[in-house]
Design a protein around this ligand. Structure first.
Ligand code: RRO
Length: 315
C-alpha cells in the first residue's frame, strides 16, 4: 500500500514539475507560449491554425472601431536580423471581427483580442462589444498617427485607457507597452494603477530602411517598427526591469525564435511569452519551443515557477 502511494506521489510530482500549464495574466493556459498580435491573427482560420499547432493562447491582429486599409505599401521589408513593418493597423473593424474570434474559440484555446483606439471612449466601446477571453490594449504601435504609442507614451493616458476598459469587462486586461520611451517601467506602473492584469513587453522599435539605388525610404510609410532577433536583448531588459518593479505579471515578446530565447525571457521574469516574427519559419515553432522548454526543465530538474525571474535571484 505504502509503495503504491509513494509511486503515486512521485508521478504526481514529476507530472507537475514537467507541466507547462498554469496561470498567465489571469488566464489558465496549457502552456505559456502564445501567438503574438499582428502576425497571423487576421482571421479565424489562422488563429485556429496557431491554436492547433500548440499555442497556449492566441492574440488577434489589433482591431479598431472602424475598418482601416492601413498604410500604403510596401508595408513589410526584411532587414538584417529582423523585419521592418508599417502595416498601419489594417483591420475590418470590431463588428466584422467577432465571427473570426468565435471560429478560433471553437478550438478551446483562449483567444485574446488585441484592440486599439484613439481615446479611452473608443477602447471602452470596442471592449464592451467584443467577446473574447481577454483583451490586450495596443498602446504601442509605433507608426500610426493618433493611435498606439501616440497615447501609450504618456503614463496618464495609459492609466486612463486601462481603467476605461477594466471598468467595462470581466475578463483579464493586458496592456502592451512601447519600448520607444525613456522609461518603460513608468508606463508599466501606469497600467498597473489602471487595473491591468498584466503588461506585455515589447512592441516593435521605431526604425527605417533606405533604398540606396533610389535614394528613398523603402516603406510606404517612410518609417516603421523593427521586430525579430535584433530586438530580443531590448525586450529582455524591459521584461527584467518591469518584473522587478511591478506587482502584476509581465508577458515577454520581441525576437523570441527558439526555446533558448524563451528560457532567457522567463529567467528575466516573464510569466508567458509571445511569438511573432519567428512564425515566418512555420507553425512548428510552437511545438519546437514547448518541447525544448520541457526538456530543459527536465534536464535541470526545475519547475517553470523556479525558472521565472531566476536571473534576478542569482544576483
Ligand atoms: O499594424 C501595424 O502596423 C503594427 C501594429 Br498594430 C503594432 O502594434 N506594431 C507594429 O509594429 N505594427
Amino acid at each position: 500500500m505504502l509503495s503504491i502511494s509513494n509511486s503515486f506521489i512521485s508521478f504526481y510530482l514529476l507530472f507537475h514539475m514537467l507541466s507547462l500549464s498554469g496561470q498567465v495574466g489571469g488566464l489558465k493556459l496549457r502552456n505559456p507560449i502564445m501567438l503574438a498580435a499582428g502576425v497571423l491573427g487576421t482571421s479565424g482560420a489562422s488563429l485556429k491554425r496557431a491554436a492547433k499547432a500548440g499555442a497556449g493562447c492566441v492574440v488577434t491582429k489589433s482591431i479598431g472601431r472602424d475598418p482601416r486599409d492601413g498604410h500604403p505599401g510596401p508595408t513589410v521589408v526584411q532587414v538584417d536580423c529582423g523585419l521592418l513593418n508599417a502595416m498601419g493597423l489594417p483591420n475590418p473593424g470590431y463588428k466584422e471581427f467577432q465571427e473570426e474570434i468565435n471560429i478560433a474559440k471553437l478550438t478551446g484555446v483562449p483567444v485574446v483580442a488585441s484592440i486599439f483606439g484613439s481615446d479611452p471612449k473608443e477602447f471602452s466601446e470596442i471592449s464592451s462589444a467584443l467577446r473574447a477571453d481577454a483583451f490586450e490594449l495596443n498602446l504601442s504601435c509605433p507608426h500610426t498617427e493618433c493611435y498606439g504609442d501616440e497615447l501609450g507614451r504618456y503614463p496618464e493616458l495609459v492609466e486612463i485607457v486601462t481603467r476605461s476598459v477594466k471598468d467595462r469587462v470581466d475578463v483579464p486586461v493586458w496592456v502592451k507597452l512601447t519600448p520607444n520611451t525613456a522609461d518603460i517601467v513608468q508606463l508599466g506602473f501606469a497600467a498597473q494603477r489602471g487595473g491591468a492584469d498584466a503588461v506585455v513587453a515589447i512592441n516593435t522599435l521605431r526604425a527605417m530602411a533606405i533604398d540606396i539605388e533610389m535614394g528613398t525610404p523603402i516603406l510606404g510609410n517612410i518609417f516603421g517598427g523593427l521586430s525579430g532577433p535584433a530586438i530580443k536583448p531590448v525586450a529582455v531588459k524591459c521584461v527584467y526591469d518591469l518584473s522587478a518593479n511591478l506587482d502584476i505579471p509581465v508577458i515577454g515578446v520581441g525576437g523570441i525564435s527558439t526555446w533558448e530565447d524563451t528560457v532567457e525571457m522567463i529567467m528575466a521574469g516573464a510569466q508567458g511569452v509571445q511569438i511573432g516574427t519567428a512564425l515566418y519559419r512555420g507553425y512548428e515553432v510552437f511545438h519546437d519551443i514547448t518541447n525544448g522548454l520541457l526538456s530543459y526543465l527536465e534536464r535541470k530538474s526545475i519547475t517553470l515557477e523556479q525558472l521565472r525571474g531566476m536571473a534576478r535571484r542569482q544576483l
